[in-house]
Design a protein around this ligand. Structure first.
Ligand code: PRX
Length: 658
């Protein structure tokens, strides 16, 4: 392969790469000629159906889509059993690497047995088709077994990120009316055990002033850290006592193509998280397809590693369902990048011969900061494809990634998508696209996107900034918000009328027709690729007895993309927040948010202010607060009810805590 100049503006695909690539340029022609026919072909070629579908798309009740209508399949069968039946049972499905250095090699045959046992166990706990199961677990093989066991039974799972706090878990369990919660005694974090089951106990406890999570009949607990647990008799069940002894045979039952596969909660513009609902056939088709053509997965030879946590959509689509549907061999890593040393990831790449690495810009920027000499110590020559997801990747980080991890030649796929889209939507194809650092570039074959201005007119001029919309339904799209069809229509299908899915991102084209995604245009922040809602953090802050009012903004941050900055007005009692007491209170408020939502939501800064800037109708002008948080000259204040407020804020703010 030819190494190109690292300061080049664009990077054409290498001929040898193109020759072997899964995704060829003909895909664009095929999809352009007949979009639905294209998806029908993907569905039949990549997925095994127990009953073929008779209609590719039913959009007659838009925006409620039905894909592959009449088709029946079992998602778990597609991800597990069929590979064994095809004679690939001895292929490694998962190379598990524990935080403590413990490892486990799980072949597809092993996976079939483990998933079957788990499905039998859940069934014995009364979980049947349509029942919901909450999964609150670290990155261990049992988490994957549980997800696939749920899929096998047709019981939608709701994975709740293990970093969320008890209240966040409680509201998610209540909203989905989960019957069983699967968890662990504890989780390894930076080499130390941290309790996890205790948080489940807190979330499920009858607590004054809080709604009860009384739908839960059992909690199934994997022993991971040997952390002490408080036992709830009649409810709690140990995994090793209950699952391990189950029969390793279980027959997957075919499900309707539109049968719910999972609910995944994500932050919206209000305080209440949205339960994004994905169904079976369309979701699996899009992810098997995108994983194959975007990551260029060759299951016989590649070792694939997606570093995302299963608590987020990337873990669902590109750690569990996409790669397993394709019969890939992958790495699952439990720990953090710097435990026990800052070369851990590169050691893992070297150890397993990882050839495809899919990660987030915030991780790449962290590695840049730690220094080039760290990856240089390891043999990374197995790497041939790199991927990025979660936020825009700045060209500097892109080039560093290619040069220092990809030996100056691995193509990078910058993939734009969302929890709601279910799968990759905009991305280069590594053997086809001439890469342009910083841009996710074009919709992949089968997907349609546009940029609209405020009035809903299509923008085509390079540089003009507008709103990213999707103009045609796609197989992996969310079907609704769990229990709230109206919110689904209002949030995604009303801003520009019912024929445009409004993604909530700003975007522009460049001179070459590439799409540059510029970040959220609503009150959603993106911190280290994790979505957080300003409203959710504000309500956590005002739940503190000292806080009267709060406004939260996402300020640009070199490392994490955005950082949470909070402005709070204190209640009058004991309102003097100057000096040491103020500093203490600020730290207390930061921890309070961590306790209410989870450590990822902790504000970087809390600023105690006398007033908040509001319009005459009482709306907080976040734009102005963002100016303050980003140390900029404050913009136009003419629409403020009281234009002197910004002076008060700036004068009285004092030194922000960091
Ligand atoms: O703002 C976009 C940003 O992440 C948002 C979706 O967040 P979430 O649902 O948590 O899913 C993240 C993983 C798919 C989008 O609205 N985003 C994601 N990928 C990119 C991105 N922004 C720019 N470039 C990307 N490649």
């Amino acid at each position: 392969m030819v190494t190109q100049d690292s300061s080049a503006k664009t990077y054409a695909p290498d001929e040898a790469f193109t020759a072997q690539a899964v995704g060829q340029s003909t895909l664009f022609d095929d999809a352009e000629a007949d979009r639905e026919g294209f998806w029908a072909t993907q569905a039949r070629e990549r997925i095994s159906w127990s009953t073929d579908f008779d209609q590719t798309l039913d959009w007659s009740n838009a925006p409620f889509a039905r894909w592959f209508v009449g088709g029946e399949l079992n998602v778990s069968y597609n991800c597990v059993d069929r590979h064994v039946e095809a004679g690939n049972g001895e292929r490694v499905a998962i190379h598990f690497e524990g935080d403590q250095g413990d490892t486990r090699t799980i072949t597809y045959a092993d996976l079939q047995q483990e998933v079957s046992k788990t499905a039998n166990a859940l069934a014995e706990l009364g979980v049947g088709k349509g029942d919901r199961v909450a999964i609150y677990m670290p990155m261990i093989p049992e988490t994957v077994f549980t997800m696939l066991a749920c899929a096998r039974l047709g019981a939608p799972h709701s994975v709740v990120f293990g970093g969320f706090a008890a209240d966040a878990l409680r509201t998610r369990v209540i909203d989905a009316e989960a019957k069983v919660v699967v968890t662990t005694d504890g989780q390894w974090r930076r080499g130390k055990p941290a309790p996890l089951k205790a948080t489940v106990d807190e979330a499920l406890a009858v607590t004054e002033g809080k709604e009860d999570a009384d739908s839960v009949t059992n909690v199934l607990i994997v022993k991971r850290t040997d952390s002490p647990v408080d036992w709830v008799e009649g409810r709690d069940v140990w995994w090793h006592e209950f699952v391990d002894g189950q029969s390793a045979e279980h027959t997957p039952e075919p499900m309707d193509s539109e049968h719910p596969l999972f609910i995944l909660y994500t932050s919206g513009t209000t305080g209440k998280p949205k339960g994004i609902l994905h169904t079976s056939g369309g979701y699996l088709v899009q992810n098997a397809y995108a994983n194959a053509v975007v990551h260029d997965v060759h299951p016989e030879t590649d070792v694939y590693w997606c570093t995302a946590d299963v608590g987020w959509v990337t873990g669902h689509s590109y750690l569990v369902y996409g790669p397993l549907a394709n019969g890939a061999t992958q790495v699952v890593y439990e720990g953090t990048p710097d435990t026990p040393h800052q070369g851990r990831w590169w050691e893992i790449v070297q150890k397993y011969g990882v050839s495809i690495l899919y990660t987030a810009p915030t991780a790449i920027r962290t590695f840049m900061k730690w220094g080039d000499d760290i990856p240089a110590k390891y043999d990374l020559s197995s790497i041939r494809v790199l991927g990025s997801v979660g936020e825009p990747i700045n060209p500097e980080a892109w080039r560093w990634f290619r040069d220092h991890i990809g030996a100056g030649k691995a193509p990078i796929v910058d993939t734009w998508w969302q929890t709601e889209t279910g799968g990759i939507m905009i991305s280069p194809l590594p053997g086809v696209t001439t890469l342009e650092p910083g841009s996710a570039q074009r919709p992949i074959p089968g997907i349609k996107a546009e940029i609209l201005d405020d009035e809903g007119q299509r923008l085509t001029d390079p540089g003009a900034v507008g709103y990213l919309v999707l103009t045609e339904p796609w197989p992996g799209m969310l079907r609704t918000i769990w229990g709230d069809d109206e919110r689904y229509k209002d949030t995604y299908w009303s801003r520009f009328g019912p024929e445009f899915y409004f993604a909530g991102d700003g975007a522009r084209y460049d001179e070459d027709g590439n799409i540059w995604v510029l970040g959220r245009v609503d009150d959603v922040m993106n911190v280290s690729g994790h979505r957080l809602s300003t409203a959710e953090i504000e309500s956590a802050l005002v739940s503190h007895p000292r806080v009267a009012e709060a406004a939260v903004v996402g300020a640009t941050d070199e490392m994490t993309g955005q950082a949470v900055c909070a402005f709070v007005i204190l209640r009058s009692e004991g309102a003097d927040a100057g000096g040491a007491e103020g500093e203490e209170l600020i730290q207390e408020l930061r921890s309070h948010v961590g306790k209410e939502i989870g450590p990822i939501a902790k504000p970087r800064q809390v600023m105690i202010v006398p007033e908040l800037p509001k319009t005459r109708s009482g709306k907080i002008m976040r734009r102005l607060l963002k100016d303050v948080a980003e140390n900029r000259e404050v913009g136009d204040v003419s629409t403020l009810a009281d234009s002197s407020v910004m002076n008060l804020i700036q004068d009285g703010m004092g030194k922000p805590a960091s």
